[in-house]
Design a protein around this ligand. Structure first.
Ligand code: AMP
Length: 427
């Protein structure tokens, strides 16, 4: 196993890495760092959770610290989402804290003036989402004329989100002679084309099959009907006594609705999606990271690239429409070698999606009956059957309410295994 010092990083960076508590470089770091240090272009395949951020942050900091000091932006990291921008910005602060280099982070949805101030204070590194950066360039607050290193992080996602033209427009403002680093979870035809457009003889850095789902994540699929999903979700979260759960849904509306329903069922929950203000999204994420509530209900866009340490469980409330999003979603659990679990709730109409996911991850992905939790015991019972037997929206008798209260005292809050009396729309 290699060590960070063997990769050729300078002492201030090795100290920062040690302070971050990392003992050895991850596979992508061991392969990418020495390559980036040579100054060559690289095209790296790496999922979130593999340590790819440090894989480019460390060598970029190293290279910048060896260049003559200036007040110009010399490294630009383009990222698809605001959350990722914040996280990459934090990585530069963490790893660069013993170096005299400054980083500024810019993204839309918040006021521009503090970002302009940070740039004008002399940023060496700029981390940006494409839209806000173009705005800043057009208003002449940012000049890329001295750019030496460009990083495209999560390039596949940037293409999915339609940022290709923005990237091209941004790069028209930068010198052609520069180092280009491209990180992408997949090497699709479009990514290869993008690489061909703006890279020069890139070295390919690959770790495992980019489509193989994170090895440390235990994956299971439970067959349920769409109507029962809200109850089953509360049931799983309550029954498993999970401390932190990330729930993926397809739409912003569903994210709000599910978070509300979970709250009604005694699971503290918040929604995160792109209609929420940036301040609120940052606050929500912080709250989730510091265990202020249990479930974070997210859409794919908002959750992309989120780095949440020690996340034990990811639940796919819906299977994603695009199979590769499944890989990204479950990559949130089991980070940096920590074990994690991914549960998918599969309704009959989602079977075609399951098939495309199976093909992509090249795993059978077993469909199992949902386990039934009671007083800490787990019995394998298919909940769909139970749910069908019960009368929906039945007003509970006093006797049954007393029984539930007694059970709650005995076992703690117990998940509801039957539809509630309130009407729930299928979300
Ligand atoms: P990333 O794939 O860049 O999102 O990183 C995933 C997580 O791994 C982050 O929480 C990092 O702090 C952590 N990490 C990065 N490099 C290492 C390392 N060499 N050893 C242990 N953890 C690491």
């Amino acid at each position: 196993m290699s060590t960070f010092s063997a990769l050729g990083l300078s002492a201030p960076l090795l100290t920062a890495v040690e302070e971050a508590g990392y003992q050895n470089p991850t596979e992508i770091q061991a392969k990418a760092i020495p390559m980036v240090l040579t100054g060559r272009d690289i095209m790296a395949s790496a999922q979130t959770g593999t340590g790819k951020t440090a894989g480019f942050t460390l060598p970029v900091l190293h290279r910048l610290s060896e260049m003559r000091a200036s007040k110009d932006i010399r490294a630009l990291v383009l990222v698809p989402t605001r959350e990722l921008a914040v996280q990459v910005g934090e990585s530069f602060s963490t790893y660069g804290k013993h170096l005299p280099l400054k980083a500024a982070t810019v993204f839309g949805g918040v006021e521009m003036s503090p970002q302009i101030e940070a740039i004008e204070a002399g940023a060496d590194i700029l981390i940006a989402t494409p839209g806000r950066l173009l705005d800043l360039i057009s208003k002449e607050h940012v000049s890329l004329s001295k750019l030496r290193i460009l990083v495209l992080d999560e390039a596949d996602r940037m293409l999915d989100l339609g940022f290709k033209d923005d990237i091209e427009r941004i790069l028209k403002n930068a010198p052609e002679k520069r180092q280009n680093l491209l990180f992408s979870a997949t090497f699709s035809r479009e990514i290869k084309q993008l690489a061909h457009e703006f890279q020069r003889h890139p070295v390919k850095v690959e770790i495992e099959d980019p489509n193989s789902a994170a090895k440390t994540v235990k994956q299971v699929v439970y067959p349920v009907d769409q109507q029962s999903k809200p109850e089953i979700l509360s049931y799983i979260i309550n029954g498993g006594d999970w401390e932190k759960v990330l729930v993926f849904v397809r739409t912003k509306k569903a994210a709000n609705k599910i978070a509300e329903l979970l709250e009604e069922d005694g699971v503290s929950a918040q929604a995160i999606h792109s209609d929420k203000s940036q301040h609120l999204r940052t606050r929500t994420l912080e709250g989730f990271k510091s265990n202020q509530f249990t479930a974070l209900v997210a859409t794919d866009v908002a959750a992309r690239g989120l780095d949440i340490e020690q996340l034990p469980l990811v639940i796919n409330y819906n299977l994603p429409k695009v199979a590769k999003d499944y890989v990204h979603r479950i990559g949130r659990a089991g980070r940096a070698g920590m074990p994690g679990q991914a549960i998918s709730l599969l309704s009959p109409e989602e079977k075609p999606q399951l098939e495309s996911i199976r093909k992509l991850v090249k795993q059978p992905l077993k469909v199992e009956p949902l386990p039934y939790f009671e007083g800490g015991e787990t019995r394998p019972v298919d909940i769909t059957e139970q749910l069908e037997k019960k009368q929906p929206r039945k007003v509970r008798s006093q006797e049954s309410r007393d029984k539930r209260a007694a059970e709650k005292r005995k076992y703690g809050p117990k998940p509801k295994s039957a539809p509630q009396k309130r009407r729930r729309s299928s979300v």
